[in-house]
Design a protein. Structure first.
Length: 83
């Protein structure tokens, strides 16, 4: 079972990608920040700076992943078909 379920493509997540080099993913509820960081770096070969998580009222866990400056989030978003 994968930690990362799917990327979110909402107006807010697109704005975060453009302004702060972040992408938003829905992740497994039991995963922690370190697991998420390692999984994204391994799966997408991109350097992650920070991971913040949030559990929504519906019970989904979102991960706000900030990428290092040398790896633009927009490149990954294009690869994933979000753009």
């Amino acid at each position: 079972m994968s930690i990362i379920k799917y990327p979110l493509s909402t107006e807010k997540s697109i704005r975060l990608m453009e302004s702060e080099n972040k992408l938003v993913f829905v992740v497994d509820r039991k995963s922690n920040k370190e697991d998420i960081k390692l999984e994204i770096e391994k799966q997408f070969k991109m350097k992650v700076k920070t991971v913040n998580t949030l559990i929504t009222p519906e019970g989904k866990k979102k991960a706000y992943v900030k990428f290092a400056d040398e790896t633009p989030a927009i490149d990954l978003a294009t690869k994933l078909g979000l753009m």
